[in-house]
Ligand binder design. Structure first.
Ligand code: IMP
Length: 175
């Protein structure tokens, strides 16, 4: 607990406002359609739960689990799928919901995987976009906030499985 910096990067009120804006945009873009929303475990679970409750188009929910961080704050660079989706996505409109893009390797892996199943469309919604460390050229369609380099926790994001339950987002010193 004492390694958490006292300064909140995004407060729960800022987050709530931004999530409502994103949900409004998504609802507008998909008006008259039905979405399949795929959350990436574990980090996206809180963001996704808030987002879907503000989206006004009908949606089905599924989850995938991908791992690239063994422990600590450095990516191993190797992505592994440890839980696949259970919904048929052929011909469907898919929205992937992720907590954060860092190198982009995790999302690139999932996109390649899902595209092989021929969805009608595939878009990405991320809570946080850490642009500086990108290793693959990649843009999300919906972004909550863009952040600088630095390790963040809270609102679903963890450091060694700690701090996910914090309602606000903090930067921590991982050194
Ligand atoms: P990428 O494959 O490098 O884009 O990494 C994406 C994954 O790394 C995310 O789903 C997170 O689980 C994790 N990650 C990257 N940066 C952070 C961070 O600042 N805090 C917590 N998790 C992070």
């Amino acid at each position: 607990m004492n390694q958490i910096s006292r300064q909140i990067l995004f407060s729960r009120n800022e987050i709530q406002k931004r999530v409502q804006e994103l949900a409004g945009q998504i609802s507008k873009d998909y008006a008259g359609r039905e979405l399949v929303i795929i959350g990436i475990l574990k980090g996206a679970f809180i963001f996704m739960a808030d987002l879907v409750r503000d989206i006004s188009v009908p949606c089905k929910i599924d989850f995938a689990r991908l791992a690239s961080y063994g422990s600590g704050s450095e990516s191993s660079g190797k992505v592994v799928m440890t839980k696949d989706i259970e919904t048929s996505i052929k011909g469907r409109d898919i929205l992937i919901v992720e907590d954060i893009i860092d190198t982009g390797l995790t999302l690139q892996y999932l996109i390649d995987w899902l595209k092989e199943r021929n969805p009608h469309s595939l878009k990405i919604c991320v809570f946080l976009d850490k642009r500086k460390r990108r290793k693959v050229s990649f843009e999300a369609d919906y972004v909550g906030f863009t952040i600088d380099d630095g390790f963040v926790v809270g609102y679903g994001l963890d450091f060694n499985e700690q701090y996910r339950f914090f309602p606000d987002v903090y930067v921590i010193d991982t050194n």
